[in-house]
Write a protein that binds this ligand. Structure first.
Ligand SMILES: Cc1ncc(C[n+]2csc(CCOP(=O)(O)OP(=O)(O)O)c2C)c(N)n1
Ligand code: SF4
Length: 362
């Protein structure tokens, strides 16, 4: 029996006599633990939206696992009424990989912060993406170390003043979506805590993707970095600072959707749909499968510079920047094991350990 048939059989075993999977509400995913985040922390909305989409993923609670590293965000598994593990700093991808390979029928979610995944865990983060293990990684980016009380993180912008950078950070920050594309991630998306509908839609897309889904979530740390993403979350500035991507649709943004982005060769250019001859037909059409264009979109990352003579800068993209299918590590390992068993039989571990390749230390 192949690995995919085994997974399907497992799912079928969870069906009741009418062939239906268990039905839940969002509340069924709320655990009995007291939530310990600061009042007003963006983590609350993310938790709520994750709980809300869980009934739609069609997986019984016993087959869902949340694995986190260390940080405020990493407390997440306590609050989900599913299986979970609050693991070691930056190492959730390694644990999730082991779990998914050995229990491929499980729905595995990684919860991580910008410190957890991009400082101590940066190596594990990129290895997960290049291997394309079939798990969903939610990167709570608040551009700060929250749990340890406000030191700068690898996503803090240059000049960020914190207790560990009293004269301003001189580090150049990571751009998580660009890093993920560079690691050959197969699903790279961005959303924000303050747009629950978009957040929900992105969580569902991440779940549906077969392979590693990297969903960056802009999350407000109200205590140590309040307003870090206000430009994109504030209703007044959002229309001109954020652009929502839709596969197959033109890149349009601005108040009343009056601006668009066109490509002059490979150079993106903002055009007015009111005060120029350009129409929607001239605009860049988003194609989630186009790696080159995804790289261009990931570079829409400049902060507006009020001193610039022409203060035009690119809006920040939200949505799925890139999504393609590629063979998955967990499936590959299991297919290889099956094939080897088929050719050589089950094998004998004891024999292997005592095999011909021994040597004596003198
Ligand atoms: C091995 C190790 N090194 C350092 C720490 C201290 N530490 C705990 S959480 C953290 C960073 C958390 O930042 P982030 O991942 O952004 O999560 P947040 O708290 O902001 O959600 C650090 C450095 C630790 N717990 N273990
Ligand atoms: S310190 Fe910041 S990230 Fe941590 S719980 Fe408080 S508001 Fe949230």
């Amino acid at each position: 029996m192949t690995i995919n048939t085994k997974i399907q059989e497992h799912i079928n075993k969870n069906r009741n006599e009418n062939g239906n999977l268990p039905e839940y509400s969002g509340k069924d995913f709320s655990s009995d633990q007291d939530v310990r985040w600061c009042p007003g922390c963006g983590d609350y909305t993310i938790l709520k939206q994750v709980q809300n989409i869980m009934p739609d993923i069609g997986v019984p609670k016993k087959d869902i696992v949340f694995i986190s590293g260390i940080g405020c965000a990493a407390r997440f598994p306590y609050y989900m009424d599913t299986f979970g593990m609050h693991s070691i700093h930056g190492r959730a991808p390694a644990i999730a990989t082991g779990l998914k390979v050995t229990r491929p029928e499980l729905s595995v979610w990684i919860i991580t912060g910008d410190g957890d995944s991009l400082s101590i865990g940066a190596n594990h983060f990129v290895q997960l993406l290049r291997r394309n293990v079939d798990v969903n990684l939610l990167l709570f980016n608040n551009k700060i170390y929250g749990l340890t009380k406000g030191q700068y993180s690898p996503t803090s912008h240059e000049g960020t003043v914190t207790k560990s950078t009293p004269y301003g950070s001189v580090d150049h920050p990571f751009n998580p979506v660009a890093l993920s594309l560079g690691a050959d991630g197969t699903f790279v998306a961005r959303t924000m805590d303050r747009d629950p509908r978009h957040l929900q839609a992105m969580l569902k897309r991440a779940n549906d993707h077969k392979g590693t889904s990297m969903l960056e979530i802009y999350q407000n740390c109200i205590v140590f970095n309040d307003g870090a993403f206000e430009l994109f979350t504030d209703k007044k500035s959002r229309p001109k600072e954020a652009i929502y991507l839709e596969d197959g649709e033109p890149l349009i943004f601005g108040e009343e959707n009056t601006k668009g982005i066109r490509l002059d060769g490979l150079k993106p250019e903002i055009v007015s749909l009111e005060e120029s001859n350009y129409t929607k037909d001239d605009l860049w059409i988003h194609d989630e499968k186009d790696a080159t264009k995804a790289h261009l979109l990931s570079r829409f990352f400049d902060e507006p510079d009020p001193r610039a003579e022409t203060p035009q800068h690119m809006p920040r993209p939200f949505g799925v920047l890139f999504a393609v299918d590629r063979p998955r590590y967990d499936e590959g390992v299991n297919l290889q094991i099956e094939e080897t068993f088929r050719r050589k039989g089950e094998g004998d571990l004891d024999e292997l350990l005592r095999g011909p390749e021994t040597w004596e230390i003198k």
